[in-house]
Design a protein around this ligand. Sequence first.
Ligand code: ADP
Ligand code: ZN
Ligand code: ZN
Length: 731
Amino acid sequence: MKLVAIAVPAPLRRLFDYDAGAVAERPLLPGMRVRVPFGRREAVGFVAAPPREEAQPAHACKPIAAVLDAEPLLPAELLELCRWSADYYQHPLGEVLATAIPGPLRRGAACAAPADAATLRVTGAGAAALSGLPPRATALRAVLERLQQAPEPRASLARALPRTSAAVRAALERGWLEPAPAAQAPAGGAQEPGPALTPEQQAALERMRAMPAGFWAALVEGVTGSGKTELYLRLAADALAQGGQVLVLAPEIGLTPQLAQRFAQRFGDRVASYHSGLSELARAEVWRRARAGEVAIVVGTRSAVFVPLARPRLIIVDEEHDASYKQQEGLRYHARDIALVRAQRLGIPAVLGSATPALESQHNAAAGRFLHLRLQARVHSAAAPRIGVVDVRTQRLEHGLSAPLVDAVQRHLGDGGQVLLFLNRRGFAPTLLCPECGWVARCTHCDARMVVHRGRHRLICHHCGAAAPLRQDCADCGKGGLLAVGQGTERIEDALRLRFPQQRLERFDSDRLLRAGELERLLADVRSGQVQILVGTQVLAKGHDFAGLSLAGIVDVDQALFGADFRALERMGQVVTQVAGRVGRAGQPGEVLLQTHQPDHPMLRLLIERGYPEFCRALLEERRAFGLPPFAHLALLRAEAPREGAAMAFLHAAAAAFATAADTGTAVDLLGPAPAAMERRGGMHRAQLLLRSASRSRLHRRLAGWMPLLEALRTRSRVRWSLDVDPADLF
Ligand code: ADP
Ligand code: ZN
Ligand code: ZN
């Protein structure tokens, strides 16, 4: 019997054998899609290995229902990368493959140029049929006559001759029309040469150009505006000149459209972008064109790391420290890490860039694994900003703003500058409190407070999304006069609008739902100086270059200073540095003000006085001392269940299974199990078990042995669990 192992998208970490007898005449190569019966449904799976003969299969195997591809949809390189990811993240291969390809392809759609894009022409049979058409076949005649003049794309034909689509379909079916052979990929498009490089840029570029062919990795560290993107553009031009393709990863293209625009300006229609803002069909089309080599540069978000390339030559990861590269559900992969692995396997360079590199990357650079290139100066304005601290213990705050901060805003606005206020908390206030009895509005599903959203007149839980009307009286004692305590961006916005009514203020956070293109228009208004005050969250700290910004205020650094997670300080340093990197215009140094209750916090002082690199050196020492990444490798087993105690019970059983697994005694520590920091969320009780080892290979060996035991664990109540390799946080 001819058997073939199929990867099916299902939460089981194994392949499934199917009988290939019924489709014996079709070649079955790894990377091809097949339709197979799976449980009570049909699924689209991937051939994972070449078929094999087995005289007496151990199990009865169901037959493959259909072979969907004539050649492998996934190039061998990509299939192997997915296999690597499945092993590394301990995730089912079928689900990795489903993550790696766009929805329509996952569901079995053909990977072909869309019918609308195809150019149609009349065949010989069509020309012959035309003379014999009955008089009432007016639509068919119009179509054939028009296309006889000149072949034409189907879409423009539909516009020129409305209501003829049925006739076009009929003509295609009868062989009277056919798609004309695809035109070659566009060779050029508008191209600017780009500015002459600064000496720093030139030196960095030359060091990269001097690297031998094959894999190498570089970390380009430079503040916003120091010319990193210009370097990417030069490297991409080199790769294109050699006939190669370039993959560019960016954290969130919806928020930072500038990067894709810069590439498009330089390289015209040879650039395509790939992100979640596109329709599934549009994504599938970019995926197909990249695979066919019809597009030279793909600029995309996290999942673009899996886009197939016909002639890969270079991978660029912009803002490599950004947390959005880590997927937080399903396949919990880190796109920067996969990009490095992919470049290595392909034997091509990977270039990572950031104003605030992640500790992991700095560690790699320090260990000599990455070429470390620094761009110290900004291209257009030289001086670094003055960073000041406002000790809010000695201040009366109004809506969270101290007098020195408000005065500074006034001063900078008076001088014609723009100001930015950063607060990583959306909504109006994080707490609704009854001053009479101390009652606080809490989420009924989570161990969390409801956030006051005054604009929408609602209380919203930021952890599970539960919403309730914004009440006026206490749920306990019934008295009115409830207080909104603390502040979010909405409150800062209101306070500044009252204070500076003449100035245009815009708020940037994920509550402000912007239609497509609206963010770009807003950012253009900021750049042209029409917006004077910006209030926002993280959205504002990402890669925007605002030439007119002269003051940045960080409303609450303490939030990050005392974050519960081991990466909280690193993130604080990144946010402060990123925000500070936005200010300063036309040669004038800008100003940054941090509000804090802890003006003498040693890490805060280090950051302000010595800068991000020194701050990181100290953080790395701390990580080394505490045995945390990058000096140790972590995996986190999370479990949750509706019933209290069930998640903990599962994790105790998991820990016991770990102890019995073969290969004990190798240096992997188990920490926990323990209830999660937020024990209840969305109605689920949550707990976690942390694994730690100084040796990555040992950790992975143990995980591989442990996972089958976990899958075999039976619990009495419904427990959902997931393993997170290299977790971004320990929540
Ligand atoms: P980054 O990516 O580090 O933020 P960019 O490459 O975007 O920096 O450069 C910042 C600004 O300076 C951009 O407007 C860019 O067009 C411009 N720029 C970059 N390099 C040069 C150069 N060598 N000469 C003149 N302008 C430059
Ligand atoms: Zn909730
Ligand atoms: Zn009350």
